[in-house]
Design a protein around this ligand. Structure first.
Ligand code: MN
Length: 228
C-alpha cells in the first residue's frame, strides 16, 4: 500500500533509560484539577464531573526543542502538569485497575492562549484555539512506571528564568490518576500511546519570548527549554 501524499510523521517522546521512543496517539487533558488553580481562574471544582479537553498529538514538543511563541495571542500562559503515558487499551476502567494501563510519567506544559480562552469562555465557544494550537504541549522524556516513584508527596514545579512560578505535591489533585483514567475511559476508549495531562496547580502566568523554563516532576522527569 502506498499513500497519495507523504504520511504525517509519528509524534513521539524519548524514554529515560531506553533507546526506544514512545509513540503518541492522543493527548487528553483535565481542567480544574487543583482547587487553588480553579480559584485563581475564578472557577470552582466540580468533584463529580471532571472536565476534559484534547490537544492534537503533533502539538507535542519533544526533546527540549525550542517552543515558538504562538500567533494571535498576547497572553501565553504556562501550566505545569504531570503527564501520564498509557501502554494499554481500555474502556470503562475501574480505578483499581487503572495502574495496569500506565506506561510511565513525564512532566509537561499545557500552554494556553489565555486571552483567547477568556474570549471563548465569555462566548460559550470551544477551547481549541486556546489550548490545541501548534507546539502547545512541550513534554519531557518519559520515566517508565517500573522505575518511577510517584505518590501523593511527589513534587511538581516550574521555574521560569530561575524563579519558582508553580509548585505543588500530587496529593493536591482533586481527581487522582486512577479516577482520571476511570472517568476518561468512560468517555473514550483509551489506547496505548495516549498521554494524559493531569492538571496544573496555582501560579499560572505569562511567558515571553526568550524565557527559559525548567519543569520538574521531582525525582521522575524534568524538562528544560525556552520560548523563542
Ligand atoms: Mn491545564
Amino acid at each position: 500500500m502506498t499513500y497519495i501524499i507523504a504520511p504525517p510523521a509519528q509524534p513521539s517522546l524519548p524514554v529515560i533509560g531506553s533507546d526506544q521512543r514512545f509513540p503518541i496517539r492522543r493527548v487528553f487533558c483535565i481542567g480544574r484539577n487543583y482547587a487553588e488553580h480553579a480559584r485563581e481562574m475564578g472557577a470552582s471544582v466540580d468533584k463529580a464531573a471532571p472536565m476534559f479537553f484534547c490537544k492534537p498529538a503533533d502539538a507535542v514538543v519533544s526533546d527540549g526543542a525550542d517552543v515558538p511563541y504562538p500567533s494571535v495571542t498576547t497572553d501565553l500562559h504556562h501550566e505545569v502538569e504531570m503527564v501520564v503515558a498509557l501502554a494499554a487499551a481500555g474502556s470503562n476502567i475501574a480505578p483499581a485497575d487503572a495502574a495496569s494501563l500506565i506506561f510511565g510519567y513525564g512532566v509537561g506544559l499545557d500552554l494556553t492562549r489565555r486571552d483567547l480562552q477568556a474570549q471563548a469562555k465569555a462566548k460559550g465557544h470551544p477551547w481549541d484555539v486556546a489550548k490545541a494550537f501548534d507546539h502547545s504541549a512541550p513534554v519531557s522524556a518519559l520515566c517508565p512506571a517500573t522505575t518511577a516513584h510517584v505518590d501523593a508527596g511527589t513534587v511538581l514545579r516550574l521555574s521560569v528564568n530561575g524563579e519558582l512560578r508553580q509548585q505543588t505535591t500530587l496529593g493536591e489533585m482533586v481527581h487522582a490518576v486512577p479516577q482520571i483514567i476511570a472517568a476518561l475511559s468512560s468517555l473514550f476508549e483509551l489506547k496505548a500511546g495516549d498521554l494524559i495531562f493531569t492538571g496544573t496547580p496555582a501560579g499560572v502566568a505569562a511567558l515571553q519570548r526568550g524565557d527559559r523554563f525548567h519543569a520538574e516532576l521531582v525525582g521522575v522527569a524534568e524538562l528544560e527549554s525556552r520560548i523563542v
